[in-house]
Design a protein. Structure first.
Length: 218
């Protein structure tokens, strides 16, 4: 389905924030049916009036908070997809949102293209988490055996996740607005920091850290 045909509901208690992201969705995302809600009550009423395909929701709003909205809406309309877009760089909150039924979690420190990519992934039925949160979750799984993952920059970690997901340097470059040569250089630095000599070893590490699964690499 064309983006112009999809309805999106933006839920945030700051009007300036809503206006900014609405402009992004309309001008760069090609979405023409973008509505706004200031709080959870308005958002639920908007869903009753015209059910959106996607709700992009902040967590920190006046009561009830965004997490309650996820549970309430999905309890009645399980087909609606939720993408949490928040200032909270918290593993616990991200897990709570995913457990409640949200399909994506992106921090507001992320670049605009990350939000647009997250929207596409969630609308396609996949889950998405911004690289900063994915990195923290991976580190939390490692506990005492970090294996060098914490040496990677946020950019390097993002490229690593895309590489083990099967994306080529050219595809990653397009997603991140970088040249393929730059991606190849980042790829080299990742292997150097993680002390692996080839992509097979790199993929094995990614599987061990929970960044991908064996089925993805087969």
């Amino acid at each position: 389905m064309n983006n112009a045909d999809l309805s999106i509901l933006l839920v945030d208690d700051h009007a300036v924030v809503r206006a900014g992201y609405r402009h992004l969705l309309e001008t760069q995302g090609g979405f023409k049916q973008v509505r706004e809600a200031e709080n959870a009550q308005e958002a639920y009423a908007a869903c009753q009036k015209d059910l959106p395909a996607l709700v992009i929701c902040d967590i920190s709003m006046p009561e009830p908070v965004g997490l309650n909205l996820v549970q309430r809406v999905l309890g009645r309309w399980p087909e609606v997809k939720f993408l949490m877009f928040t200032m909270h760089n918290s593993i616990e909150l991200a897990r709570a949102c995913m457990d409640a039924g949200a399909k994506g979690y992106v921090t507001k420190s992320s670049r605009p293209e990350v939000l647009l990519r997250a929207i596409g992934e969630v609308l396609a039925g996949r889950t998405f988490m911004s690289a900063d949160l994915s990195r923290l979750m991976a580190l939390s799984r490692l506990r005492d055996n970090r294996g060098g993952l914490d040496e990677l920059s946020s950019r390097e970690f993002e490229v690593l996740c895309l590489l083990v997901a099967g994306q080529s340097a050219e595809q990653i470059g397009e997603l991140l607005f970088l040249s393929a040569k730059t991606i190849h250089n980042i790829h080299y630095q990742i292997k150097k920091k993680l002390q692996v000599s080839n992509d097979i070893e790199l993929t094995k590490l990614a599987i061990a850290w929970g960044l991908t699964s064996p089925s993805i690499t087969q």
